[in-house]
Design a binder for this molecule. Structure first.
Ligand SMILES: [Zn+2]
Ligand SMILES: [Zn+2]
Length: 308
């Protein structure tokens, strides 16, 4: 089989006609047999896709014939051909879902200073005073986070204004925002600046870039990702790898996310091996061990709809 790779990148750039960009990108993807999730918006692009190495590189060359897509930092990782079930190229209102209307920030105008992973690494190891603020959602930092980082309980990116009070004591400190691939921090760090934070950095290329350089060092556990791989563990057989997630049912150490097999419930939870075996024995499928109360009751459904 041909060698495959996964590419991940974004750019905030004003696009006059996102539909035209989408059509053009869609044709390019088909030409090179790429699969993945590509989002185009008036504010920019956010692409993750997989294909044969030569094809993905040819795609980049073609894409950069358009000068709006110059100066992009590309993240490459080894692919298996399985990361994405299909090709999806969509026009959306925003390139990261969930911050519409709240964080009306244009990162081309206001955003945190970009801090390369190597620099963050020296900051950590030379004992500089600074604070890491994790901008991912709560379920993501349940299985992995920077040691000592501040993880506000964000259920969704649009909750950012709600948690600002809990970190306002850091306004005059040095803070570094982190997220998976860096795109969320472009706006999150800008938002902190508009809220009066005075020394704001963002981790360049996100946690992915840091973990690649320093596996099992300062970021503990696994990194949650949004494709079929679900979580990236870097050298999880390394004795230094620390499991920080806990089973939502029994509290045992575990980093296995599953979705409840009951389609009406579909609860996203961590369930350890033992609890999975038990619930299969008892209920015939991998479902909520104590029944699907939270999500299938009348009020649970209303709450779920409300969150969407
Ligand atoms: Zn358990
Ligand atoms: Zn359930």
């Amino acid at each position: 089989m041909k060698e495959r790779q996964i590419l991940l990148f974004y750019k905030y750039v004003h696009l006059e006609n996102p539909e035209a960009v989408r059509d053009w990108i869609f044709d390019l993807c088909q030409q090179y047999n790429l699969k993945g999730r590509l989002i185009v918006a008036a504010e920019g692009i956010n692409f993750t896709f997989e294909g044969a190495v030569a094809d993905t590189e040819a795609f980049l060359v073609d894409m950069q014939k358009d000068e709006r897509f110059h100066h992009i930092h590309f993240k490459r990782s080894v692919g298996t051909g399985e990361a994405f079930p299909k090709l999806s190229v969509k026009v959306r209102d925003e390139i990261v879902t969930g911050n519409l209307g709240v964080c009306d920030i244009d990162p081309n105008e206001v955003t945190g200073k970009h801090l390369p992973p190597t620099e963050l690494h020296s900051w950590i190891h030379e004992g500089k005073e600074f604070y890491i603020i994790d901008m991912r959602n709560a379920y993501e930092h349940k299985v992995g986070k920077f040691a000592g980082s501040i993880c506000p309980p964000l259920e969704n990116f649009r909750d950012l204004p709600k948690i600002i009070d809990s970190i306002k004591h850091l306004k005059n400190k040095t803070v570094v925002t982190v997220c998976t691939g860096g795109v969320r921090c472009e706006k999150a760090s800008g938002y902190l600046i508009t809220q009066g934070f005075t020394d704001v950095y963002q981790l360049d290329g996100g946690i992915v870039s840091y973990m690649e350089l320093y596996p099992n060092e300062d970021f503990e556990g696994k990194l949650y990702v949004f494709d079929r791989r679900l979580m990236l563990g870097f050298y999880t057989d390394d004795p230094k790898h620390k499991v920080i997630g806990t089973c939502d049912h029994c509290g045992a150490a575990s980093e296995q996310f599953i979705n409840c097999a009951n389609k009406a419930c579909n609860k996203h939870m961590i369930l350890c091996d033992q609890c999975q075996t038990d619930t299969i024995a008892k209920n015939g499928a991998r479902v909520c061990p104590d029944g699907c109360k939270d999500n299938t009751s009348f009020w649970g459904k209303i709450k779920k709809l409300w969150k969407k």
